[in-house]
Design a binder for this molecule. Structure first.
Ligand SMILES: [Zn+2]
Ligand SMILES: [Zn+2]
Length: 110
């Protein structure tokens, strides 16, 4: 038993890493898990393969850094002049309203 384990351990150490392609669970894109990365993962004691492509990993990391919120832009409400926070960058030729004014403007249009 002990000998078998030893043999297993020995064989683990001579694993030759090969580039392999994995599928990202977020966007479904194929990405390369290179031999170098596999070695890096192994050296960190990480047994799991990455489940996301580098792009999605970077996106998720950025989301975590910003508290998981979308980037918000502070704008001046075209109606009341108050500060409004919107999840998009408004174009200069379009009036932007705070949430309460937006409701009124939308109601007035109908
Ligand atoms: Zn992806
Ligand atoms: Zn307003």
């Amino acid at each position: 038993m002990y000998k078998a384990r030893l043999a297993e351990k020995g064989s683990l150490e001579v694993i030759a890493y090969q580039d392999k392609s994995l599928t990202c669970r977020d966007c479904g894109a194929e990405f390369l898990f290179s031999a170098g990365e596999q070695e890096f993962y192994a050296s960190k004691g990480l047994m799991n393969e990455p489940s996301r492509c580098p792009t999605c990993r970077a996106t998720r990391k950025a989301e975590r850094m910003s508290g998981g919120e979308r980037e918000m832009h502070e704008v001046t409400c075209a109606e009341c002049g108050g500060v409004a926070r919107v999840p998009f960058l408004p174009r200069n030729d379009k009036p932007v309203y705070c949430s309460s004014c937006f409701e009124q403007v939308r109601a007035a249009r109908v």
